[in-house]
Ligand binder design. Structure first.
Ligand code: TPP
Ligand code: MG
Length: 513
């Protein structure tokens, strides 16, 4: 058995059976091993940002890592922005980066690069394999590092001789430690804050945004009068009609500061204390008042659900009241295209058990609240602010959650970073509805010019305009094999969305806004 085959067999033995790939010469033995060993679903991405973003979306839904296959330092570097987003989403992932043979590296061939150096800032574990005999064990160690809560990115660099040499050994499965419980002192401190009678926010993130955990969080806030919130951007929230809602800290800095202005205690459950996305002249960096007390109930790597449960019990909180049964959103009849009316259409036509990918940037601010009353669904967001995540995330989520419709609410400028993901959606016949919010500009940056107090001229405004020439989304989509249509009225949008959500395979709607 060569090293590559031992690596594939070790991945499979650990339950990693999906590999998002963009291979090159140094990965040819790994690619060949995929034929020798049945069981690995290989998904080709036509740019590494698609590969890494899809592995992120997959892990968010499947709850386990995918492998990626990337080519040398530059291939990894092409995938870095979505690895940054994946790191912020706290997902597990195992990157395999093929590289120069060990004895060829000193010759400094063109693709030779500091691959480890590029991997480290986004990885919780980085190693370069040195021998075929040990690469199976390297893979097992990589998986063991990626798996503990909340999840991390491991990067195993695979020199081509390590891959093709004989002597590979499949490594036994390594144990993964379960998330540690929080200390009683953390429960005492949080309980004291909640009993103080002073305005308190319980800020939950990560695993605490699943429906079971949110129900426990509601026990706590209902018993104590505290307010339940979550960060602005989250990897995955389980929500919808019949589930307990959670309010997000607003994105806009003035609104975020206003939302938290009376807070005396902020209790963190797997979350960081909220900060502005950027600094703005004369505005604070932290969103809660400077003199508010911050209490850490649980760090991200701890058992968040157990912490909430023990806190609720310690407070003697009764069972959570049932989630409010909001009336189903109604499909608007007619009307103009605006953020509220489009949100209403999306909410009214949300398929049962959908997965929503939200990279809607400016136009989508009403989506989250309006869809609270939609049938139960998951909400996946851009977590690291590096735009170009939406189409890859949707691609991976569809593979990680088969049988569920993915609805991507996608701003146009952001879509263009990783637009090749549409081809993978077509090739894999994924059930994804993409709504392109086509305003033909970088609208958010027009607001930001004003926010930072800049004084734009023609050149500055041209940098934010995508209208010259205008981008034809139905041609782009059909060129990649995804059927598409344009909507310039609300009725047409509703008709297209309803039929797209019912049909198998991908469909793209260009919504003219
Ligand atoms: C990787 C990366 N590059 C650039 C930016 C800066 N940036 C933030 S938003 C944005 C434009 C977003 O435009 P679009 O997706 O069309 O959304 P809209 O503002 O029109 O709603 C840019 C370029 C970023 N956040 N991440
Ligand atoms: Mg735009």
């Amino acid at each position: 058995m060569n090293g590559a085959e031992s690596l594939v067999r070790t991945l499979l033995a650990h339950g990693i059976d999906t590999c998002f790939a963009n291979p090159g010469t140094s990965e040819m033995h790994f690619v060949a091993a995929l034929d020798q060993v049945p069981g690995m679903h290989c998904v080709l991405g036509l740019f590494e940002g698609v590969v890494t973003g899809a592995a992120d979306g997959y892990a968010r839904m499947a709850g386990k890592p995918a492998a990626t296959l990337l080519h040398c330092g530059p291939g990894l570097a092409n995938g870095l922005a979505n690895l940054h987003n994946a790191r912020r989403a706290e997902v597990p992932m195992v990157n395999i980066v093929g590289d120069q043979a060990t004895y060829h590296r000193p010759l400094d061939a063109p693709l030779t690069a500091d691959t480890e150096g590029w991997a480290r800032p986004v990885s919780c574990w980085t190693r370069t394999g040195s021998r075929a005999e040990t690469v199976g064990a390297d893979a097992a160690a990589a998986i063991q590092a990626a798996m503990p809560a909340p999840g991390g990115i491991s990067t195993l660099i695979l020199p081509s001789d390590v891959s093709w040499d004989d002597g590979g050994v499949v490594a036994p499965v390594l144990a993964v430690p379960s998330a540690p419980q929080v200390a009683p002192s953390a429960l005492d401190e949080a309980a004291a804050a909640l009993r103080s009678g002073e305005p308190t926010v319980l800020l939950v993130a990560g695993r605490a945004l699943r429906a079971d955990a949110l129900a426990i969080a509601h026990r706590i806030v209902t018993a104590t009068g505290a307010r339940l919130m979550c960060p602005t951007s989250n990897g995955r929230i389980e929500r919808g009609r019949g589930r307990h809602p959670v309010e997000r800290v607003p994105y806009a800095i003035d609104q975020a500061v206003a939302a938290l202005q009376d807070v005396r205690h902020l209790i963190l459950v797997g979350a960081q204390a909220p900060v502005g996305f950027f600094a703005y002249p004369g505005k604070p960096g932290r969103m809660q008042p400077e003199d508010a007390a911050v209490h850490v109930l649980a760090r991200p790597e701890q058992d968040l659900v157990d912490a909430l449960e023990r806190l609720a019990d310690r407070l003697g909180a009764p069972p959570a009241p049932p989630a409010p049964m909001l009336p189903a959103p109604e499909l608007p009849r007619g009307g103009r295209i605006n953020p509220d009316s489009v949100a209403q259409v999306v909410a009214a036509l949300m398929p049962e058990n959908a997965v929503v990918v939200d990279e809607s940037i400016t136009f989508g601010r009403a989506f989250y609240n309006t869809a609270m009353a939609s049938p139960p669904h998951d909400w996946l967001q851009l977590t690291g602010g590096a735009i170009g995540a939406g189409l890859p995330l949707a691609t991976g989520a569809a593979i990680g959650a088969p049988g569920r419709r993915v609805v991507t609410l996608q701003a146009d400028g952001s879509a263009l970073y990783t637009v090749q993901a549409l081809w993978t959606q077509a090739r894999e016949k994924l059930d994804v509805t993409t709504v392109i919010l086509s305003n033909r500009k970088y609208a958010i940056l027009l607001h930001e010019l004003a926010n930072v107090g800049a004084n734009p001229g023609r050149t500055a405004l041209d940098m934010l305009d995508l209208g010259n020439p205008s981008i034809d989304w139905t041609h782009i989509a059909t060129g990649f094999g995804v059927e598409a249509a344009q909507a310039d009225t609300l009725e047409r949008f509703a008709d297209l969305l309803a039929s797209a959500n019912r049909r198998p395979g991908p469909f793209l709607i260009e919504l003219m806004i």
